[in-house]
Design a protein around this ligand. Structure first.
Ligand code: MSP
Length: 662
């Protein structure tokens, strides 16, 4: 019998960019909470999605030569793919281009207008398109956007306004009466100060572009992208279309967002809901931001962390664990490859993995491979179930407060206690005497049981490895499905036959992992030694000049046909920091867009490449160049002289992207 509903949301992410560590962080955190709540018996509705409208996205689509719809379809696909790879268990994925969402936005806009809370006026002021935010002159920092530091634009438009100012006092009263509404407390204080400084009415329509939801009664106006986006939470929970669902899930239990958008969720959004006379979300949680090796993560710096690369290299659960364990959820943190490797080795390989392999090895050696019946208990043995209980209760409290790092720390207290218990009890000595053997049964049982419990409690984070852990302990079934109650002591049956397997978390070879990184992790191609990939191939295969007709080096037409060549259109080009010969390109090859790293930065600027058609080898094994994934290769003609001359191969006339070259 479910305990009640629990509605949890991530922000809906802009599709002007591919998903990265930042988006994944929020989504993994929400996923862990959703999984934990399901285990506790709640009827969970976990929502994520994408924010597909707005000027920024329209501009990006134009730059990439695609229609806005084709462009958003493509990036949205990348978000969905990443969430599947990271084992995200969302119950729904909303897109703001979904027709039912468009209907709900129009309905809400009309309703606000009819009630008099939206009125017509004229906007004159500053706008930051990357942040899709309006600012007062006094808010700018040296004339730039106070949030992202970029240039703002002066707008003069006939617009509609929402009476945000009207809700100032009610908002303050609500925040004061509900200390949990904005978490953590630092964010609450910031918001209270912000509101006390005075709220201005908010411009909620735009006329200078049209990639948005049309204002129902005003041709030429589209709904401001933030109002459109916030309404996603209502659409997805059934407002307008499904009153039963809406009744079941609204209000949201928690909107989890990055700290930079707490303001939209705890000021604008509740005011809109007040105007609609709907209950407010119970909590807005603003988590901290990741920097990378001390720097802000950004495409221009070239330090964007792609979680899929880490997941492919080290494992999905390792990524999920690292991001939630390394930094308390409300605080900022720094990501580095070294800290990732150290944390995974220390906690997962050494502590948890070792405890499992030590335990199963000893059960094999001293108990014929079966979890023994407990025998005599001394004081140290009695402490283990107590430690388990304390750890689990504290972890549950921490999960409930979105304190994931703390929750994991508590569960690892049990793991650490298990390892120490082995060192102190010395089972190998107990096995030597009859008296010792009775206690040995207790020790081995307690170890297996502690591991069983730890797997249940870790399953919201370690979605795959917790099940593997159970399997190695000889338990059939899935720890997540067993529910949080399965953390109670005594679940493993004596006589359970353990199944020793591969190490749960293979130890990462630190030197190799960090060394590779320093060299750009380019096992097959080393851009800095041999120049670009094309050059490297020239050096490795100087076959063309040496072969003579009739020579066995000649290839057949079938050999040639094995190389898949296609025409692609370059839609994005960027430099890679620290690699002055390399550019990272996004190339549309018809059915998909490929990321290709090409050693042509000395010969082309990124700007002159965008829009150019090129010939791409599309069935080349992917490789990493300077840590950046390259999935394909451009054809280029070059001389060997110094300076080298180079020109990329391009079709003589425009052909559709994806056309085969033969
Ligand atoms: N579309 C709006 C949200 C609308 S919600 C109604 C938006 N989108 S976004 O693509 O810019 O995503 C912002 C969110 O991504 C942040 O709130 C945070 O959840 C996550 N992050 C993006 N970069 C991040 C870091 N560097 N570190 C941690 N999380 C960050 O804003």
């Amino acid at each position: 019998m479910p305990k009640g509903s629990f509605f949890i949301t991530t922000p809906i992410y802009y599709v002007n960019d591919m998903p990265h560590l930042g988006h994944s962080y929020t989504t993994i955190g929400c996923d862990a909470l959703a999984r934990y709540k399901r285990m506790c018996g709640y009827d969970v509705f976990f929502l994520t999605g994408v924010d597909e409208h707005g000027q920024k996205i329209e501009r990006r689509a134009i730059a990439s030569g695609k229609s806005p719809q084709a462009y958003v379809d493509y990036v949205t696909g990348a978000f969905k793919k990443l969430w599947a790879e990271l084992d995200i268990s969302n119950d729904h994925f909303i897109r703001t281009t979904d027709p039912e969402h468009v209907r709900v936005v129009q309905h809400v806009f009309q309703k606000l207008y009819d009630s008099g809370d939206i009125y017509q006026g004229r906007y004159e002021g500053w706008y930051c398109t990357p942040c899709e935010t309006f600012f007062l002159e006094s808010q700018l920092v040296e004339g730039n956007c106070p949030d992202c530091g970029r240039r703002v634009e002066w707008l003069q438009e006939e617009s509609y306004f929402f009476r945000l100012s009207k809700y100032q006092d009610r908002l303050l009263a609500h925040i004061e009466a509900n200390p949990d509404f904005i978490q953590p407390a630092t964010r609450r204080h910031e918001m209270v100060n912000f509101i006390k400084n005075g709220l201005e009415d908010l411009c909620v329509s735009r006329t200078s572009f049209d990639w948005g939801v049309p204002v129902p009664f005003a041709p030429g106006h589209v709904v401001y992208v933030w109002l459109d986006a916030l309404i996603n939470y209502l659409t997805a929970s059934g407002y307008v279309d499904d009153p039963e669902k809406f009744d079941r899930y609204w209000p949201a239990d928690v909107h989890v967002v990055g700290k930079e958008i707490v303001r939209f969720h705890s000021v604008i959004w509740p005011a809109v809901l007040m105007s609609l006379e709907l209950p407010l979300p119970k909590k807005v949680f603003g988590h901290g931001w990741w920097t990378v090796e001390g720097e802000k993560m950004s495409k221009s710096v070239g330090n964007v962390v792609k979680p899929e690369d880490y997941a492919d290299e080290f494992g999905v659960d390792q990524v999920r664990y690292f991001v939630l364990r390394e930094v308390p959820f409300g605080q900022d943190g720094d990501f580095s490859r070294a800290s990732f490797v150290y944390r995974v080795n220390a906690d997962l390989a050494n502590d948890l993995g070792n405890l499992l392999s030590r335990t199963t090895a000893m059960i094999n050696k001293f108990a014929d491979g079966k979890v023994p019946e407990p025998g005599e208990w001394d004081e140290a043995d009695k402490r283990i179930p107590e430690i388990a209980r304390e750890a689990i209760d504290s972890a549950a409290g921490a999960f409930d407060n979105l304190a994931f790092s703390e929750a994991l720390e508590h569960i690892f207290r049990l793991v650490d206690a298990g390892n120490k218990y082995i060192d102190d009890a010395e089972p190998w000595n107990l096995a030597k005497s009859d008296a010792g053997r009775s206690r040995l049964g207790t020790v081995l049982y307690n170890l297996a049981e502690s591991l069983r419990i730890a797997a249940v409690a870790l399953s919201p984070v370690l979605t795959t490895k917790s099940a593997e852990l159970w399997h190695q302990l000889g338990i059939d079934g899935d720890p997540a499905a067993a529910g949080w109650d399965a953390t109670r002591w005594g679940g493993i049956a004596p006589g359970t036959r353990v199944r020793r397997g591969d190490p749960l978390f293979p130890r990462i070879d630190v030197e190799a992992a960090l060394q590779e990184d320093a060299q750009g992790r380019t096992p097959q191609h080393s851009p800095d030694e041999g120049g670009d990939r094309e050059q490297k191939r020239d050096q490795a295969e100087p076959a063309a000049e040496r072969s003579v007709p009739g020579d066995e080096n000649l290839i057949s037409i079938e050999d040639f046909a094995r190389i898949e060549l296609k025409v692609g259109t370059i839609i994005e080009a960027e430099r890679i920091e620290g690699a002055d010969k390399l550019l990272v390109l996004q190339v549309d090859i018809g059915a998909e867009t490929r990321q290709i790293v090409a050693g042509i930065a000395k010969h082309y600027s990124p700007e002159e490449l965008v829009g150019k058609q090129v010939v791409v080898v599309t069935n080349l094994k992917p490789a990493k160049l300077r840590g950046v994934m390259s999935n394909g290769m451009l054809l280029a003609a070059s001389t060997t002289g110094d300076p080298m001359e180079l020109g990329v191969v391009t079709p003589d006339r425009h052909v559709p992207a994806g056309s085969r070259v033969k």
